[in-house]
Write a protein that binds this ligand. Structure first.
Ligand code: HEM
Ligand code: HEM
Length: 205
């Protein structure tokens, strides 16, 4: 697993505009934002359109295509779009979640340690939903019951992850006093580094 070197709070993103006079810095490039909001919309559409198969399958294939694009971008995209920027050790992710509760979770310019793993989980779960859905259409006649169940389970696991994702976004936004949804829309975050309100070693606030 790569070291979390470039996701430092103070480091602006090479290849992206430098910080502006308003104290913000570009974090999420256009491709990350467009794929994010398209995936969110398409997930809702596919989840609700089992009975409209043309739309369901079209949206499902679009999800697979977008995830493919996002994965490639995870290797060649701008700094904070890259997997190596935001996939850290599992223990860092656990420490971050604990830190949310006790006020010591560090702020990141890109995805935080837990958000990085959630990103991977969401992308994988979307792929599993899409591939199991596609397999249903490859069967001659009525698809096997177990395959239907697998597809349904993959879709429901994705839904559970999305709910968890939304809680995570809310918790981190509150913890770091910053609007992460706004950042995913406009691509910019404040470059000011906020320290945890309570010092981990002393416990002082
Ligand atoms: C409904 C289905 C959704 C899916 C499948 C989804 C998936 C994802 C993925 C894959 C990422 C990582 C982005 C990347 O690096 O490319 C992400 C990040 C993010 N999502 Fe979602 N998302 C969904 C809904 C939402 C909604 C409704 C909101 C806002 C209310 C939201 C807010 C965010 C934010 C703020 C981030 C960045 C988190 C951070 O700063 O680390 N997402 N989401
Ligand atoms: C990628 C995101 C996808 C999501 C979130 C999703 C979600 C769902 C859900 C929730 C159901 C209803 C399951 C049930 O209650 O029985 C369903 C059914 C179905 N999906 Fe998908 N799906 C996706 C992609 C696809 C794709 C790409 C295809 C085919 C190309 C597909 C084909 C089907 C079929 C044929 C059914 C009906 C299965 C049955 O007869 O019970 N899905 N899907």
């Amino acid at each position: 697993m790569a070291e979390r070197t470039s996701n430092s709070p103070t480091q602006p993103s090479p290849g992206l505009p430098t910080p502006t006079g308003d104290g913000t810095v570009a974090v999420w490039d256009l491709l990350v934002r467009v794929t994010h909001w398209s995936l969110a919309l398409l997930f809702v559409i596919t989840y609700l359109t089992e009975d409209w198969q043309a739309l369901h399958q079209g949206a499902g294939y679009a999800i697979l295509g977008l995830v493919g694009v996002r994965v490639v971008w995870g290797f060649v995209g701008s700094t904070h779009a890259r997997f190596r920027d935001f996939v850290g050790s599992p223990s860092a992710a656990i420490a971050y979640v604990r830190g949310l509760a006790d006020g010591t979770a560090p702020r990141s310019l890109g995805h935080n340690a837990a958000g990085g793993w959630m990103t991977l989980a969401l992308l994988m779960s979307l792929v599993a939903s899409g591939i199991t859905g596609w397999s249903l259409t490859r069967q001659p006649g009525e698809p096997a019951e177990w395959l239907k169940d697998l597809h349904e389970t993959a879709a429901n696991v994705t839904l559970a992850l999305v709910v968890l994702h939304l809680f995570g976004v809310m918790a981190s936004s509150l913890r770091h006093n910053e609007n992460l949804v706004n950042a995913m829309i406009f691509g910019r975050k404040s470059r000011t580094v906020e320290q945890p309100t309570r010092d981990k070693t002393t416990g002082n606030g």
